[in-house]
Design a protein around this ligand. Structure first.
Ligand SMILES: *Cc1c(COP(=O)(O)O)cnc(C)c1O
Length: 443
């Protein structure tokens, strides 16, 4: 277990010499397409801090893209991994299954919204979960069309690239894309000014006119859009979509890969408006850093594909299952749903103070420990990707690991571990504030 002091410390300029040497090796050995946001190589990580190979301690506002919500070396998770590895690392759940898989399925069946019989199938990555949710929806409905939305991100495999909205860097040059995927307008209240009901009516009308309800197998949506810019849809949008799906025999899939597992202060972000999806895709935060993903949903839908039709060599790996059980238990025992809401209060409070002084902060939005700032040209709603890149880069130089996102590249997103200290949170945001202020002087 890593027990790194929970404070920021810069011993060298970033990247330091040991990281630079690794960067040189990486350049020769790894394609440029596998680029890294911050060329500081990790040596250890724990809660709010990543220590690099030069001994620098960086504040972590990324959690490995919303993965290490309980921390990157939580003692209970590490112990569960060690204990399972000593018994066996793999047998394949498709050959000689094991209890951990069932226990994870039972847990996810009970945690996901909906008071009806559910079943869960396990996979490795988020994209794989999305692909399999679509397979389930297509076999269950006997229909082919799948609806995704503007600003959506669902992964980088062939089908999920088709579902993903943004061309660069995810899609450009990688076509042809999977057929029978349709893109509809979403709800982006800051930019479209529509109420949830208006935005839903627009999407529903487009689905009916352009595809035909009877042709649609599934509608897939992120309840809070992640890569697209931490976009929280206007209230009423998701419930109206869900209702329309229910009325038309369309499978409603909530992609909770980024927004789920306590991140927004509830187990799943769709709970905020009482939305009950037919299928939920789960990954990222579910297993304390181990690769594990899941599709959880209505038993009759999950049972539509025949024996052997779902699965994979590694799906539901026993070590990943042990890590997931420890992670989910830790979220309960350490009250991390509540902690996510505390983080929201603390972060939004500090950011609101900054926004009052800075008309380049267009909007602060998000829920729980999934909060973003959308940066704009002063006093307008015009996206400001240059400022966003500048601020992120200054923060990284100061030892704050910070991610951007958004269709227009103008959103700074905060995804700290739920186990980060208040002090590191405050310090991290002060670094963002200082970076914004410095750019005021140069702009
Ligand atoms: C990250 C992400 C995915 C893809 O997950 P991978 O594990 O990278 O394949 C899918 N959907 C959403 C909402 C995501 O944030």
């Amino acid at each position: 277990m890593a027990t790194i002091p929970q404070d920021r410390q810069l011993k060298t300029a970033l990247p330091g010499p040991a990281s630079s040497a690794l960067s040189a090796r990486a350049q020769a050995a790894i394609p440029r397409a596998n680029s890294a946001t911050i060329p500081a190589y990790a040596a250890a990580a724990d809660r709010g801090i990543i220590e690099d190979v030069d001994g620098n301690r960086l504040i972590d506002f990324a959690s490995g893209i919303a993965v290490t919500s309980v921390g990157a070396s939580a003692p209970a998770v590490v112990a569960a991994i060690q204990a399972q590895a000593q018994q066996f690392t793999h047998t394949s759940a498709m050959i000689t299954p094991y209890e951990g898989y069932i226990a994870v399925a039972e847990k996810l069946n009970s945690l996901t919204p909906g008071d009806f019989p559910k079943k869960t199938s396990l996979f490795n990555s988020g994209a794989e979960a999305v692909e399999n949710a679509i397979k389930v929806a297509r076999t269950y409905t006997g229909r082919q069309a799948v609806v995704a939305f503007d600003h959506a991100f669902h992964g980088r495999t062939s089908l999920t690239m088709a579902l993903t909205a943004k061309a660069v860097p995810y899609k450009l040059g990688f076509g042809p894309f999977s057929p029978e995927v349709y893109r509809m307008p979403a709800s982006y209240p800051y930019r479209d000014g529509l109420s949830g009901a208006e935005a839903a009516a627009r999407s529903i009308q487009a689905m009916e006119k352009q595809i035909g309800a009877s042709q649609i197998a599934a509608v897939i949506i992120e309840p809070v859009q992640g890569e697209g810019g931490f976009i929280v849809p206007a209230p009423g949008f998701l419930p109206a979509l869900q209702q329309w799906c229910n009325d038309n025999g369309v499978v409603f899939i909530a992609d909770e890969i980024q927004s789920g597992i306590a991140r927004t202060g509830t187990w799943f972000a769709c709970e905020d408006e009482g939305v009950v999806p037919d299928l939920v895709t789960i990954a990222k935060g579910v297993a304390g850093g181990m690769p594990l993903s899941a599709v959880t949903g209505r038993a009759e839908m999950m049972d539509a594909p025949g024996p052997g039709a779902l699965g994979g060599t590694y799906g539901g790996n026993p070590i990943a299952c042990a890590a997931a059980l420890a992670t989910l238990e830790m979220i309960e025992q350490e009250h991390l749903l509540e902690r996510a809401r505390q983080i929201e209060t603390l972060v939004v409070d500090q950011l609101s103070g900054m926004q009052a002084q800075d008309n380049r902060i267009g909007q602060i939005r998000g829920r729980g420990a999934m909060i973003a700032l959308e940066l704009v040209q002063p006093g307008t709603t015009e996206p400001n990707p240059e400022l966003t890149a500048q601020v992120a880069s200054r923060c990284r130089e100061q030892g704050l690991i910070l991610l951007t996102c958004g269709t227009y590249g103008n959103v700074i997103r905060l995804l700290p571990a739920l186990t980060i200290s208040d002090q590191l949170l405050t310090e991290g945001i002060s670094i963002i504030e200082a970076a914004l202020n410095e750019t005021k002087e140069t702009n």
